[in-house]
Design a protein. Structure first.
Length: 256
């Protein structure tokens, strides 16, 4: 089960969806959602202050200009998070440090089971691009699995996993198996590799693994594809080598 979920709060249109997904998962797993407010401001190497009892005590080195830029944003994000958690009756907590540099996130998320963030997050105050660059940065900061969600919330039904079979991928993917316990949904795994011969070998090994796991032969097998349609668990599960680019090393499945 997932017990500790982390949400990096940031000022983009994705944040409503991020908080809703985090609450949806937390409610189904009786997990605690923790949020922290992060910024990417040039030259900033530490947080701006501490949030406690609905007040911010600013660090003595935080400039007046920075306070003007971020104070309303911080309160807006924290209140949005608190209200959604309360509406969903989800247990939550908020990091005391606010305005944490995004580069420090790796030191924080290693203590959590999963991170929920937007596909297009934005931690800057100015020159905002709303692209996926911060998602890739977060993937490089640590091995904690990251659930990257779209701009609008809908219940999780379909999951695509890009997996390269590496040790780091296998280590990082662990907790995604638990999301499958939420409800019936479809899983597709693309076994990704630069080497076609290696990809075939990985696919054959994976077919044998999942045959033993599901205690069932694949429903369908092709040269680069295998599929199981199962009643228990109720999933449509597929693995493939059709993706030829290197896989993301933070997604996958673990079986206990």
């Amino acid at each position: 089960m997932l017990r500790r979920i982390f949400v990096p709060l940031e000022n983009s249109t994705n944040i409503d969806s991020v908080i809703k997904y985090a609450c949806f998962i937390a409610k189904n797993h009786d997990a605690v959602v923790t949020a922290g407010v992060f910024f990417d401001i040039h030259g900033s190497q530490k947080s701006f202050g501490k949030f406690k009892e609905d007040k911010i005590t600013w660090d003595k080195d935080t400039s007046e200009g920075t306070i003007v830029d971020v104070e309303n944003i911080i309160f807006h994000l924290i209140n949005k998070f608190k209200n959604e958690c309360k509406r969903n009756e989800v247990n939550f907590s908020i990091l005391q440090n606010v305005g944490i540099p995004i580069g420090k996130i790796g030191d924080i998320i290693k203590y959590f089971d999963i991170v929920v963030t937007g596909v297009k997050s934005e931690f800057r105050i100015s020159k905002r691009r709303f692209d996926s660059s911060y998602l890739f940065k977060m993937l490089s900061y640590g091995v904690t699995p990251i659930l990257s969600v779209p701009n609008s919330f809908r219940e999780i039904k379909n999951v695509i996993i890009i997996y390269d079979g590496s040790i780091s991928a296998s280590r990082a993917l662990q907790r995604f198996a638990h999301i499958a316990n939420i409800d019936k949904f479809n899983i597709k795994i693309f076994m990704s590799t630069h080497n076609e011969e290696s990809g075939v070998k990985n696919l054959n090994e994976s077919i044998n693994f999942y045959k033993n796991l599901f205690k069932s032969e694949p429903t369908k097998v092709k040269e680069d594809y295998a599929q199981w349609i199962l009643d228990d668990p109720k999933i449509n599960f597929a693995i493939s080598t059709r993706v030829k680019t290197l896989g993301v090393d933070h997604l996958g499945i673990q079986v206990d």
